[in-house]
Design a protein around this ligand. Structure first.
Ligand SMILES: Nc1ncnc2c1ncn2[C@@H]1O[C@H](COP(=O)(O)OP(=O)(O)O)[C@@H](O)[C@H]1O
Ligand SMILES: CC(=O)N[C@@H](CCC(=O)OP(=O)(O)O)C(=O)O
Length: 256
């Protein structure tokens, strides 16, 4: 049975209709025999909560600088609101989902990236047991990007990196869904395929910026480890998911 990890960015969660459409597509994939695991971000909800509480939050190369004292807001927004909102969209679309985090069931282990970034983690695959138990019961795991260190310190992980690690853990296909059609060139045209050299050149040229930097690097790491192309595509067209998994050229394919 084919396992697919789908990563959702925050923007999809803000609008009910596209999120519901996406879960309807997930239900169809389940009917076709796919086991689906969702990994989600929700940076947009973190921003909203930071602003509501008058807290200034900075990013460095697309990663949020997260002092430990910001973690109540970050965990609340990601593992709380964003996670349960997705479980609610799933329910409304007839999909049985369970919201968990990178820390639950020992799914991953994590370490601090650098003292400069604070409680930002990089995680490693550890145990697929919980996710497999859920998918075996036809429940879609919805995984937030909150992880835990060996000593139990809560860490904020970039959600594209989280999806990469889960795809590697499960040896599953990975689709990174975002609010753009894929990686766009300097004229905002879709780039069908990219390899490491081209990605790094586009970063140097300032064409790939912000959240697209960790996203393309995460896709490249997964493409390498699974030895197959990884797609960055738009969540606005969930009906293209099936085409995509069948190997059709949708979005940007990041090559190993
Ligand atoms: N070359 C590029 N092509 C497409 N999007 C880009 C590019 N460079 C930067 N971006 C930005 O990256 C964003 C997607 O990354 P991110 O905000 O982290 O999305 P998500 O929340 O879906 O993970 C796009 O909305 C766009 O603003
Ligand atoms: C360390 C780090 O940057 N964590 C991210 C986690 C959420 C995320 O990645 O959300 P999107 O996928 O919606 O961008 C953050 O705090 O915004």
């Amino acid at each position: 049975m084919s396992l697919v990890v789908i990563k959702l960015g925050g923007a999809v969660m803000e609008q009910a209709e596209p999120a519901l459409n996406l879960f309807r597509a997930v239900a169809q994939m389940q009917e076709k025999g796919f086991k689906v695991v969702l990994v989600h971000g929700g940076g947009i909800f973190v921003e909203q909560q930071m602003q509501a509480q008058n807290v200034v939050s900075d990013k460095l190369n697309g990663l949020r600088v997260t002092p430990d004292e910001h973690m109540p807001i970050v965990v609340g927004a990601l593992a709380g609101y964003a996670n349960k909102l997705l479980v609610s969209y799933a329910k409304q679309s007839g999909v049985n989902a369970a919201g968990i985090s990178l820390a639950d069931g020992g799914l991953t282990t994590a370490t601090e990236v650098s003292s400069e970034l604070g409680a930002v983690g990089i995680c490693k695959a550890n145990s697929a047991a919980l996710v497999m138990a859920l998918t075996d019961a036809n429940i879609v795991p919805v995984v937030s990007s909150i992880a835990m260190s060996e000593t139990g310190r809560l860490l904020n992980v970039n959600a594209d990196d989280a999806a990469t690690v889960i795809a590697q853990l499960l040896q599953a296909d990975l689709v990174l869904l975002s609010d753009v059609d894929g990686v766009l060139d300097g004229n905002r045209q879709l780039i069908p395929e990219l390899d490491e050299k081209k990605i790094e050149q586009l970063v140097v040229d300032g064409v790939i910026t912000d959240g697209m930097i960790p996203k393309t690097r995460a896709a490249l790491a997964t493409a390498r480890s699974l030895q197959r192309p990884i797609a960055v595509a738009n969540w606005r067209y969930p009906e293209r998911l099936a085409d995509l998994l069948a190997g059709a050229p949708v979005g940007t394919r990041i090559l190993p």
